[in-house]
Design a protein around this ligand. Structure first.
Ligand code: FAD
Length: 337
């Protein structure tokens, strides 16, 4: 088990969690971030990277992905360790430190925790089939981390959106065969991607298996042999595949946060507005996950909460020191030791 020690652990690498690294860093506080997605940016990256945002102060317009990139640059001087593809599952208190365990078995200890978990941990929407866990991360994947494993293999890709279409086009370059499965004849993916899929079908690189529904996976010991598909009229089709990639989008779930004995109301954590502290001392909540009278679920509100929480973490991290409020224009960018 990997062990990491830091001053503050931030749960969630959305825009608000990222900005918290900056606010903490400016006070000389080290932080780490954990997020279950495979990239930083939370909702901005996962749900609307190409959408323009109009209410970020001093940016008349900025795209979701540009905002995330700017935040990444802004926190670079503080060199935060960012642990992606893993969920914070457990937190507990051990004398002066919180102990945090992630789903990838990383054990972090921190003097404070800032929960910037948005609407909860993002995870893939799974197809409604039995026995998925037998194949998950062996021959069934909800995202692609290593394209090379698909070389000269038969792959079934299910879904009708951009991820399904983009990966079918990309993987068809090296795969033996790609089956593109969707239950409707209309695809939600960008029209030029859909056109490309049908061009690749003519070249026998992709087989469009449409309109078919997933019925079951046949295989054993983590190895998929075939996928059974069914049409609405009951017609059945069996396809031979090595890998299965279902792309049915993401959804957020509070999940483990519900077990941390924090005061929760309507799926958000109640905090004291003046400190952003939750019902447990040393655990703060900011951004969409927190609630207080008059709370607005906006990025700019979350940024201000990050500053408030950072100032209040200071007392826990440096109990012997007194914090003197300073502007960034006066002290510049703080150097962490
Ligand atoms: P999020 O962005 O939700 O990030 C939270 C992160 O925490 C996620 O990545 C999640 O995977 C992770 N996480 C949660 N639990 C765990 C766990 N246990 N372990 C590990 N990781 C975990 N706001 C505006 O201000 N202006 C706009 O114009 C605007 N437009 C929007 C348009 C759309 C389509 C949507 C969906 C939202 C929009 N918003 C807008 C809202 C804005 O995106 C949110 O307010 C903002 O993303 C909240 O940031 P956050 O960092 O609090 O949470």
């Amino acid at each position: 088990m990997k062990k990491i020690k830091t001053d503050v652990l931030i749960i969630g690498a959305g825009p608000v969690g990222l900005f918290a690294v900056f606010e903490l860093g400016q006070l000389g506080i080290k932080s780490c971030i954990v997020d279950c997605l495979d990239e930083i940016g939370g909702q901005c990256s996962a749900l609307y990277p190409e959408k323009p945002i109009y209410d970020i102060p001093a940016y008349p317009v900025i795209r979701g992905d540009e905002l995330v990139e700017n935040l990444r640059k802004q926190i670079e001087p503080f060199k935060p360790e960012i642990f992606l593809n893993q969920r914070v599952d457990r937190i507990s208190k051990n004398k002066d430190f919180f102990e945090i365990l992630t789903s990838e078995n990383i054990n972090l200890s921190a003097k404070c925790i800032i929960i910037a978990a948005g609407n909860g941990a993002f995870g893939p929407n799974k197809p409604p089939l039995g026995g998925l866990d037998e194949y998950e991360n062996k021959t069934l994947f909800y995202n692609v981390r290593d394209k090379s494993i698909f070389e000269k293999k038969s792959i079934a890709i299910a879904g009708g959106g951009d991820s399904a279409a983009d990966w079918a086009i990309e993987l068809s370059k090296k795969a033996k065969k790609v089956f593109f499965i969707h239950r409707r004849t209309n695809l939600r993916a960008a029209p030029n991607s859909v056109e490309k899929l049908y061009q690749l079908e003519k070249k026998k690189k992709i087989e469009m298996v449409i309109p078919y529904q997933l019925d079951s996976i046949l295989g054993s010991k983590g190895k998929i042999d075939k996928i059974r598909l069914r049409k609405t009229d009951g017609n059945e089709k069996l396809i031979d595949v090595d890998y299965f990639l279902p792309f049915f989008g993401l959804s957020a779930n509070l999940g483990p946060i519900k077990n941390w004995e924090l005061e929760i109301e309507k799926n958000v954590l109640k905090v004291d507005k003046s400190t952003c502290e939750t019902s447990k001392k040393g655990i703060f909540a900011i951004g969409d996950i927190c609630s207080y009278p008059g709370k607005l679920k906006l990025i700019l509100t979350g940024f201000a909460e990050a500053a408030v929480a950072a100032q209040n973490c200071y007392k826990n991290v440096f109990p012997e020191k007194v914090l003197h409020f300073e502007y960034s224009t006066t002290k510049g960018i703080t150097k962490l030791t």
